[in-house]
Design a protein around this ligand. Structure first.
Ligand code: ATP
Length: 518
């Protein structure tokens, strides 16, 4: 299936099965804002728990925080967001569509890369086993020509970004003959800066009201509380503060479903370290975070690091963890070495000392910071993209059937088990309810008695329930039930008193955590 079709299908699936709805849909929706439905909210909570526990349970020097969305307006001056949190914007005069100039150029670079990879794939097929990829890449004229175009473009692009040279960004778009995907024309406006922060007013009368921002990242709430946490928790450096919360950005181009939203949620860790050790910690956190992703079992080849071409004003090293979505490799998480930029700047703007006294070395310093920042919604999309599966099944009589199944890791699945009485009579529903009453304190259970067992299985497959339990007449006699496993569709007959142990073993986060810490 073409990747584009796959993506459309999974967006439709999310809506049909109560995972994600467009916001205010009865009013035709609100661009780039989404609501999470009955299963979506459970999956989201499980993702957040996986992240939170991996930070605060697995690291004794990491503690949590829940800071307010509204903050003193000077926070955003000190952080640099008022002056520099903007994207380069360009409009096409014919289609009236708005784009990010940097994204148009990045897409153009991806095209050159795709051309090169196509040549390599063709040659690999032609030469078979004897194919020497590195020799081919360094000698094939078409590959070399595209590589040169790519390198030249890359060099110009990085320089323009580093110099914030908007004229040059426009010139690149013209020189590369980049067209608007909607109108097909090259009739572009100039490139301008567009600040992404939403603002509103706080205060009851117009005289007393003052402008506040909806936070565009959760990190600043951590920085302004650095001293509160350090002192009240008697924290010794190195230590970290973890936070999960909403962030808001007035994104220029909102697209790709919940990948780029205007209201979204972040899970951020700010890790405070002695100056001079930050690049070592940056490396450590890169490894920890990659292991966290890979532990989910979606395939190591689906992830890569992408080092930043342009470092943000606060960073001395930065990388993204990218996941291969149906629309290509894209960022799910950023890892940044933020130096002492934030604390030093808040110290200057607030006039309050934000320092650490190290009793071992007798030195006082402003700590350096390594940040890991991941979007809950992008992580959610990663999980759905990795697990949405369409299968054709061959029945015993040779005929075929199909099913859509979300092969969610059992620990993340919204519903852990569904219990079905085979029929609605003979005391089977009562027995099924009894099983739920035993298990509901520990697992999210669902009871279903409508339709055939086959149809009930399909519904649970579509929402990703890992276990289905069927209660039949034999259950009344010997207290056994069948447990059906979602991915293999195999069924076992087990004593119902064993169910708790079987399910607990599969849904425990411990399995993932052991992988991360190994
Ligand atoms: P991008 O380059 O895609 O705009 P970014 O580099 O600006 O992302 P960061 O500021 O590093 O993103 O934010 C950290 C994380 O927050 C990102 O890796 C992403 O998972 C998430 N995130 C950022 N912007 C959005 C958004 N508009 N919608 C959903 N998630 C987002």
């Amino acid at each position: 299936m073409a990747q584009e079709d796959l993506f459309k299908k999974l967006v439709a699936h999310c809506k049909e099965y109560g995972y994600v709805f467009p916001s205010s849909e009865i009013y035709d929706g609100l661009a780039a804002v989404y609501d999470y439905g009955q299963y979506g909210v459970e999956l989201k909570n499980n993702i957040k728990k996986y992240w939170w526990d991996s930070m605060v349970l697995l690291h004794e020097n990491v503690v949590g925080l829940d800071s307010a969305i509204f903050m003193h307006p000077t926070v955003w001056k000190a952080s640099g967001h008022v002056d520099a949190f903007s994207d380069p914007l360009i409009d096409n005069k014919d289609s009236k569509k708005r784009y990010r100039a940097d994204v148009l150029i990045e897409d153009q670079m991806a095209k050159y890369e795709a051309k090169i990879n196509k040549e390599v794939d063709k040659a690999r097929k032609r030469f078979g086993e004897s194919f020497d990829e590195s020799q081919f890449r360094s000698t094939n004229p078409r590959v070399l020509a595209n590589k040169e175009k790519l390198d030249t473009l890359h060099g110009r692009f990085v320089e323009a970004l580093n110099d914030s040279n908007l004229e040059e960004l426009k010139q690149i778009i013209i020189d590369e003959e980049i067209v608007c995907p909607i109108s097909g024309s090259r009739n572009w406006t100039n490139v301008r800066h567009f600040n992404l922060m939403f603002s509103t007013e706080i205060g009851s009368t117009s005289e007393s009201a003052s402008k506040v921002y909806l936070r565009p990242e959760t990190a600043q709430g951590i920085f302004v509380n650095y001293l509160n946490v350090q002192k009240s928790g008697r924290m010794k450096i190195p230590f970290g503060i973890a936070q999960i919360g909403k962030a808001f950005r007035n994104e220029i181009v909102a697209r790709q479903f919940i990948f780029r939203m205007r209201e979204f949620e972040q899970m951020e860790l700010q890790f405070f370290v002695p100056p001079g050790t930050e690049l070592e910690w940056f490396k450590t956190w890169k490894e920890i975070r990659m292991k966290w992703h890979r532990a989910l079992g979606f395939g190591d080849e689906k992830y890569r690091f992408h080092d930043h071409d342009k470092l943000a004003h606060y960073a001395n090293a930065a990388t993204d963890i990218e996941y291969e979505f149906p629309f290509g490799f894209k960022e799910v998480e950023g890892i940044h070495s933020r130096t002492d930029f934030d604390l030093a700047s808040h110290q200057e703007y607030s006039g309050k000392k934000l320092q650490y006294f190290d009793p071992e070395t007798n030195k006082t310093y402003v700590p350096f910071v390594v940040e890991t920042s991941i979007g809950v919604d992008r992580m959610f999309l990663q999980v759905i993209s990795a697990t949405y599966t369409e299968e054709t099944l061959t029945k015993e009589d040779g005929s075929t059937d199909s099913r859509v199944v979300l092969k969610l890791p059992a620990v993340l699945a919204p519903v852990k088990l569904a219990v079905f009485p085979l029929t609605k009579k003979d005391g089977l529903p009562e027995k099924a309810r009894k099983i739920i009453d035993q298990l509901k304190f520990d697992f999210n259970c669902q009871y279903e008695e409508k339709d055939s067992i086959g149809k009930r299985y399909r519904r649970q497959d579509a929402i990703g329930t890992p276990f289905c339990i069927t209660v039949d007449h034999q259950s009344l006699e010997d207290d056994t039930v069948t447990i059906r496993y979602r991915d293999t569709m195999e069924q076992d007959r087990v004593q119902w008193s064993k169910l708790h142990g079987i399910i607990q073993e599969k849904v425990s986060m411990r399995n993932l955590f052991e992988n991360i810490t190994a």
